[in-house]
Design a protein around this ligand. Structure first.
Ligand code: GLY
Length: 385
């Protein structure tokens, strides 16, 4: 492992964040809040043009990890992220002067069949074992809470701390907040090469004392030392996990809550209702498979009948930035001064404010929080030490 970044008076730090998805933007905001001068770069011409814009914006701190016994550190990070999201949203909205549809309605987990009751019960028990609030519901109670649900379900639960947000609005608000805080956002700039050692030079000639890599599923730049030698960063390639999703016109009987079943989720926004998503590991194309889309709609309609008839507005596919162990990479790479904020797989929107804190702490104060220890980016690097 390289030595920790030495604490530097933050006013002297210039930091380039490569990647303008929600991870890069949230990290830029946190770095700026701690006094650094920050510029965000992205090869796309829009903010969050990779995974963020294609995400359902679910903040599933409980649902996503309740049954994942081998992901305890990630569950703890997710819980922390879920707890700080309300303040993060409020701060960004205040700085930007506009909302992002942050919703605290809670998420419903629904057992569609008698066979799924056991699955839902195991999730509820796992949440409780972790101290996460769960409200078990009969089918009738669920329907009272969410009248859009079908009337032949087998009960389920409300996860009151699982919230959601419109990810596109979050991007716009973050962009506005950053501009107002004096953070430069340079879009349409591919950063394929970074040169330097003590300070780093980007292709536009600008120099920085720290680099944060937040490229999602996109390619990492090549790092070249002062004498022209390649500098290994020690990071594995991103593991792509394709997700296809359907956006429906918000029907009058559309759900208000995020709804999870075992094999589909429904995420309502003001402008549309999202139904997702496939999880196709190793696929990095964004082709649409109509059969997969119709399967999503059919599964959604089985829990909320309005999903069966609502007009299709659009469909899309995105690439989740996975890692070999499905946990993110947060912290210093093998190159001192270069930090990873990568590999957030299916939970980048949830984890963004937490990753932002951890990266800023390391990049500015040289501190590695216990919450970050499990996400050392060099854990896959056989040659690292
Ligand atoms: N977070 C939901 C998904 O990745 O589909």
């Amino acid at each position: 492992m390289p030595p920790p970044a030495s604490p530097v008076k933050s006013a002297t730090l210039r930091i380039a964040v490569i990647g303008a998805g929600i991870i890069g933007l949230a990290t830029a905001l946190e770095l700026r809040a701690r006094g650094a001068e920050v510029v965000v770069y992205d090869s796309g011409t829009d903010l969050g043009a990779g995974a963020t814009i294609r995400s359902a914006g679910m903040l599933g701190a409980a649902f996503e990890w309740a049954g994942e016994e081998d992901q305890r550190a990630l569950a703890a990070l997710a819980r922390h992220a879920g707890m700080i999201w309300p303040d993060f949203a409020a701060r960004v909205e205040r700085l930007a002067g506009g909302g992002m549809e942050f919703s605290s309605e809670g998420a419903l987990v629904v057992a569609r069949t008698a066979g799924e009751v056991e699955w839902a019960e195991a999730l509820a028990a796992a949440c409780q074992a972790r101290g996460l609030p769960v409200q078990r519901l009969t089918a009738a109670e669920m329907q009272r809470l969410e009248p859009a649900l079908a009337d032949d379900l087998h009960g389920g639960m409300l996860l009151p701390e699982d919230r959601h947000v419109d990810a596109s609005l979050a991007l716009q608000r973050l962009g506005a907040a950053l501009s107002r805080q004096g953070v430069g956002i340079r879009l349409g700039r591919r950063i394929d090469r970074v040169t330097g050692g003590a300070s780093f030079r980007l292709p536009d000639g600008d120099r920085f004392s720290r680099i944060v890599l937040a490229t999602g599923a996109g390619a990492l730049p090549e790092f070249v030392g002062p004498r022209g030698a390649n500098l290994p960063h020690g990071l594995p390639a991103s593991v792509p996990v394709k997700g296809q999703m359907l956006a429906l016109a918000p029907a009058s009987r559309a759900p208000r809550h995020v709804i999870h079943t075992r094999d589909v989720y429904i995420a309502p926004k003001a402008r549309w209702t999202l139904v997702g998503a496939t999880a196709e590991r190793g696929r990095q194309d964004v082709e649409i498979d109509r059969k997969a889309i119709e399967d999503l709609r059919r599964r959604g309609a089985a829990v909320a009948p309005a999903i069966g008839t609502a007009a299709e507005l659009t469909v899309w596919a995105g690439i989740r930035p996975g890692t070999p162990d499905d946990a993110p990479m947060i912290g210093q790479t093998a190159i001192p001064g270069v930090f990873a904020a990568l590999g957030h797989f299916r939970n980048g929107v949830l984890l963004a404010p937490a990753t932002a804190e951890l990266v800023a702490e390391q990049a500015i104060d040289g501190k590695v929080s216990p919450l970050a220890a499990a996400f050392d980016p060099l854990r896959f690097d056989k040659n690292g030490d």
